[in-house]
Design a protein around this ligand. Sequence first.
Ligand code: X2X
Length: 344
Amino acid sequence: MKRRNLLLMLSAAAMACALPAAAQQEKYQAEYRLSTVVGTAFPWGKGGEIWANLVRERTKGKINIKQYPGTSLVGGDQTREFTAIRQGVIDLAIGSTINWSPQIKQLNLFSLPWLSLDYAGMDALTQGAVGKDVFKMIEKAGVVPLAFGENGFREVTNSKHEIRKPADMKGLKFRVVGSPLFNDIFSALGANPTQMSFADAQPALASGAVDGQENPLQVFTAAKMHTLSQKYVTLWGYVADPLIFVVNKEVWESWTPADREIVRLAAIEAGKQEIALARKGLTAQDDSLVKEVAGLGVTVTKLTQDELAAFKKVVKPVYDKWALQIGSDLVKKAEAAVAASRKK
Ligand code: X2X
């Protein structure tokens, strides 16, 4: 073989070896878009920031995540977020199961009123067999789930009067989130629900177009809802609202296995930190956030077990109707997990 041919062959071989790495590198985008409904003033948005920072550090800037709060990549329409993740308009998200339930109806599970009453019950759902089933459903829908976070227990607030019993709900106009399950709950209680996005909710509360809303206390304070005429808060904790960290499937597959592991572990870590932030000031040991809300001149109402039971009784038919739509097996599994957490 002539020396020139040998050199050509050697350089071709060298190029072939170098190609996979180079091709791999080319597939990485300059920026990955992370969707959240709220910004970093909220535990949920902060969770996004923590995740993005961990990934950026640990991949040495190779995976550069930019956060888009306000669900701005879908014009604020939370109910379209999951479809946009699937289609690749959104690369990563930390989303509420409520907002994704129009696409995956089983996600309504977490919105069954008073399915779980405390954090132990919530953890039993997300960290156990139910959480695994839910991840499988998300995977089946073509999106890669990595970790759970939490928005928090959703409490009912309004501008008109204290809510202690179902009759107090009568005729009040409420902004509700994007699952028809919430329309059913509020209608059953005699209220007047209207579904709208979080972005639209704030001006609607400010103008008095609606009287009330339901969201965790962390959302109440971060969005300064006392300045939106929300003078009455009832701690009824009817829905716990977990969040899920996900990645678009094609984006996920474009990353090296080592980078995927970095992103996955960072999601788990960010999820834990985010859950701690979401629960801060809302535990038996430390209820400082409840006090903070009362300090804003808001009437904070805690319900007795009997008072709570009256609400549960009214919405029982809604629970039963939705349990069938979600799937009895999954609901039974969830109920059993919650019951077991109470025995501990
Ligand atoms: O829209 C809401 O109320 C919020 C921010 O809690 C959710 O996205 C579910």
